[in-house]
Design a protein around this ligand. Sequence first.
Ligand SMILES: Cc1cc2nc3c(=O)[nH]c(=O)nc-3n(C[C@H](O)[C@H](O)[C@H](O)COP(=O)(O)OP(=O)(O)OC[C@H]3O[C@@H](n4cnc5c(N)ncnc54)[C@H](O)[C@@H]3O)c2cc1C
Length: 387
Amino acid sequence: MALLPFNISRKKKIKVIIVGGGYAGLAALTNLLQFSPETDVTLIDPHEHHLKITHLHETFRYPLTDLLVPFADICKRFECRFIQANVDFDPDTLSSYQDKRQLIVNEEALDFDYLIIATGCNPIDTENENAKETLSLSDFIQTSGSDLLTQRLNISSSPECVISIVGGGATGIQFLFEIHQFLNRIKRKAKLQLIHSGEHVLNQFPDGFGVYAESRMHELDIAFYPNTHYREQQSGKILLTEKETKNQYERPSDLTLLFLGKKRQNILTANAFGQITVDKMPLPNIFTAGDCSYYQSLGSNAVSAQSAVRKGKLIARNILRHAGFPGLLEPYLHQNLGYIVNLGASDAVGWLVAEGNLVTGIPALAIKEIVEVQYDLLLAGIDTYLV
Ligand SMILES: Cc1cc2nc3c(=O)[nH]c(=O)nc-3n(C[C@H](O)[C@H](O)[C@H](O)COP(=O)(O)OP(=O)(O)OC[C@H]3O[C@@H](n4cnc5c(N)ncnc54)[C@H](O)[C@@H]3O)c2cc1C
């Protein structure tokens, strides 16, 4: 919510460069142009498409192409420029960008009044020691889940394949249930087993999440190995270590899918207004948002699309305030309003408004659908976010 007014002269056309076209970068882009259509925006991303990654597990039901929105189309719709490139930065280069207000990209000098860094954070990938028998999030970003799994199952000679999923966080659980339904749909006999380092799945959420998801896993005959560390997938087996006893053992496994979370490396610290700080001093013209950012404020720094969108929207407003009069900026105070984890196409578990307010089944699915539609509308230029 825009708590403070902004007043930018219509004659003043500010130049903004956005590095990273994920949830945070695009929320900033749409809001900048919504409130100040004259703003000259350049979007930079190494990929050709924006990926609606919050749907990635659904690529066992829909093609991956359904989740890709070409940056060229977004930039045509919002009348801004797109450059396909990778931008490298560290605290020293950021300070020099602040001084020069210039970025060199593909050998072109780009002047800016404001720079936004919204590059997200990468998934944790192990060195793929046995690439044929392991898959990770990066693979699903390239190829639809249904195609990938079918290819791997076709290679396997086992009459009943054993598939191990490592990681009982939101991503691992969402993939687990989708895969279970996919195997049923294609009538392929396979055993699923979940390996998780914690006592219960979904342990970053309120207790009810784990209890609900584990009871559904039990009903579906999915084996669960809690308090267990993954070591390696070898031909036909997975090597595991019990967390407490350090006891090493192996289980049959033909394929392992690794969902180990995200690397919280190279995180950019920002003040409560979203301006990057270097040596505790804010860079007034360089803002950050999304998974790559940590704001020193009361708001949520969760690694989520929800926080990414709220931070992106906030910095767009703060850039316009900073460029205008009287230049007072709004602090980031957003708290998550809920979180829904899909358990296949027809079930979900989540919380809404307060963490104790657990929702499951159709109501949870309906909430998730509303959130996704809201984001699609934002990409179409219609901002329906009230908070
Ligand atoms: C399967 C899955 C399901 C999820 N479900 C949910 C959910 O239901 N709800 C929720 O709130 N969150 C969910 N999340 C988390 C959510 O997707 C992330 O928190 C969100 O994408 C973060 O947005 P972001 O803009 O910070 O980063 P990203 O969306 O990762 O975007 C970063 C962008 O920056 C670009 N980039 C990277 N490096 C550079 C560089 N050097 N130069 C230029 N550009 C660069 C990338 O190409 C990318 O386009 C889910 C995540 C996954 C994987």
